[in-house]
Design a protein around this ligand. Sequence first.
Ligand SMILES: Nc1nc2c(c(=O)[nH]1)N[C@H]1C(S)=C(S)[C@@H](COP(=O)(O)O)O[C@H]1N2
Ligand SMILES: [Mo]
Length: 211
Amino acid sequence: MFNLFNRRDEEERARTENRLPPGQALTTKFPVLHYGPVPTVNLETWTLRIWGEVEKEVTLTWEEFNRLPKTRVRMDLHCVTRWSKLDTEWEGVSVRSMIEQGVFKPLPTARYVMQHAEYGFTVNLPLEVVLADNFLLATHYNGEPLTPDHGYPLRGVVGYIPNRPDLKTPYLWKGAKWLRGLEFMKHDRPGFWEEAGYHNEADIWKEQRFG
Ligand SMILES: Nc1nc2c(c(=O)[nH]1)N[C@H]1C(S)=C(S)[C@@H](COP(=O)(O)O)O[C@H]1N2
Ligand SMILES: [Mo]
């Protein structure tokens, strides 16, 4: 009972702070959602490939990727299945910083990005979202390396940063677990869940759940 009332208080607070989008409820757990099995990963052979509308395609090893400067982002996660989790802490490499470090250079024609994950899973986002402060290529969650269930060793993650109404926030499915590639594209293309009927933009405030 205590927990129930406590959670309702938390929800009230989140709602008055404009941090709970319509149709969402808070959870303190971290549910696991994905299609298919959890891959096993060998970091010796793992690579991250960046290609498409970029000046020069590049493939990074795990060691090379981890030499890049890392940042921490605190975000609220909002899943299309209606759970939300506030104040999650992520650490990883921002795509913007990879460009600043000269790892690769998107062409002016690049407008969308497809995340490619193990087993051919894909998810699409506009370039502006991928370059924003609320999208991270994350290696750590709450100070620990990602667990296999949540995308070890690398995942895209996207969430809401409080008091940043300038940023677009899509639902959590727009971050690919077990990320292995970023494809920069001229034209938008639907990813795995978008093909299956989920909304292309997936804005949490507009409840863009299904297309
Ligand atoms: N590779 C991969 N990434 C994925 C998915 C998937 O099926 N495969 N599902 C997405 C969906 S639908 C959600 S809600 C989030 C869930 O992330 P979590 O399991 O860490 O909560 O992962 C997203 N990333
Ligand atoms: Mo999902």
